[in-house]
Design a protein around this ligand. Structure first.
Ligand SMILES: Nc1ncnc2c1ncn2[C@@H]1O[C@H](COP(=O)(O)OP(=O)(O)O)[C@@H](O)[C@H]1O
Ligand SMILES: [Mg+2]
Length: 226
C-alpha cells in the first residue's frame, strides 16, 4: 500500500509568552490525509486551527512530532527544502485573499509560475475562465469584490497543480451567497484534479460542504463522529 499524501504523528506546539506559563495549543495531533481527500478541520476560534495549518505548510515549526510527506519524514528538511516543497507541492488560500495589490488578476494568478520559472502556456487562461474571472483579468484586487478576489486566489493556488491545498477560513470574509459559491468552486476544482484539501473553519455549515470533518478539541484532532 502506498503511503498517505500527508501524515502527522504526535504533533505538539505551545507558545511561550513573556512571564507566563507556556500556552499549549496543540498537544498530540495524529492524522492522515490521502491523495484526493477533502477534509475540513473544525473548531472554535482560538482552537489552534491556523497554528496547525501553518505547521503543516512549513511556516512554523512544531515543538515535537513528525510530519511525513508521501511517506518521507520532513524532520531533516531545512528552510530551503521547505521553500521548494511549498512552491511545488502546496497551494494556500487565506481568509483575506492575500493577492498582491499592485498586480492585476492575471499577474497574481501567473505569479507562482513566474517565481518557479515554469512555462504555463495557455493553462492560466483556462483557469481564469474556470473561476469566472476572464473579464476581470486586467483588474487590480482593489477593484474586485471579496468573492472575485477569492476566486482569483483559488486560481493562483491551483496554477502549478499542487498535490495539497491548505485553506484557512477561505470564506470567512464573504457574504453567505459568495461564500457558498467560492467554497463549492474550490472543492469542485480540487476534486476534478484529484488533489487533496485541508480546509479549516469554525463554521459547521462550511465544513459540511467540504467533507467529513476533523475536529480540534483541547489541542487534539478527532474524527467528527467520535
Ligand atoms: N505567535 C503566537 N504567539 C502566542 N500565541 C499565539 C501565537 N499564535 C497564536 N497564538 C495563540 O494560539 C491560540 C490558537 O490560535 P489560532 O491557531 O490562530 O486559532 P484558530 O485559528 O483556531 O482561531 C490562540 O489562543 C492564540 O492567541
Ligand atoms: Mg485561525
Amino acid at each position: 500500500m502506498s503511503a498517505p499524501l500527508l501524515e502527522v504523528r504526535g504533533l505538539h506546539k505551545s507558545y511561550q509568552l513573556k512571564g507566563r506559563e507556556p500556552l499549549e495549543i496543540i498537544h498530540g495531533i495524529d492524522f492522515q490525509l490521502g491523495t484526493g481527500e477533502c477534509r475540513p478541520v473544525c473548531g472554535p476560534s482560538g482552537a489552534g486551527k491556523s497554528t496547525l495549518l501553518h505547521i503543516l505548510g512549513g511556516l512554523e515549526s512544531p515543538e515535537r512530532g513528525e510530519i511525513l510527506w508521501k511517506g518521507e519524514s520532513t524532520r531533516s528538511w531545512d528552510r530551503t527544502r521547505w521553500a521548494i516543497w511549498r512552491r511545488q507541492a502546496v497551494g494556500f488560500v487565506f481568509q483575506s485573499y492575500h493577492l498582491i495589490p499592485e498586480l492585476t488578476v492575471e499577474e497574481n494568478v501567473r505569479l507562482p509560475a513566474m517565481l518557479a520559472g515554469v512555462q504555463l502556456g495557455e493553462k492560466w487562461e483556462d483557469l481564469l475562465d474556470e473561476v469566472g474571472m476572464t473579464l476581470r483579468r486586467d483588474h487590480l484586487p482593489a477593484e474586485l469584490s471579496g468573492g472575485e478576489q477569492q476566486r482569483a486566489a483559488v486560481a493562483r493556488a491551483l496554477v502549478l497543480e499542487p498535490d495539497l491545498i491548505l485553506a484557512d477560513e477561505p470564506t470567512g470574509n464573504l457574504d453567505a451567497a459568495s461564500a457558498t459559491a467560492v467554497l463549492d468552486l474550490l472543492v469542485k476544482m480540487v476534486r476534478e484534479r484529484q488533489k487533496s484539501l485541508l480546509l479549516v473553519t469554525h463554521d459547521e455549515t462550511v465544513a459540511g460542504r467540504v467533507g467529513t470533518p476533523f475536529r480540534i478539541t483541547d489541542g487534539r484532532l478527532t474524527e467528527a463522529s467520535a
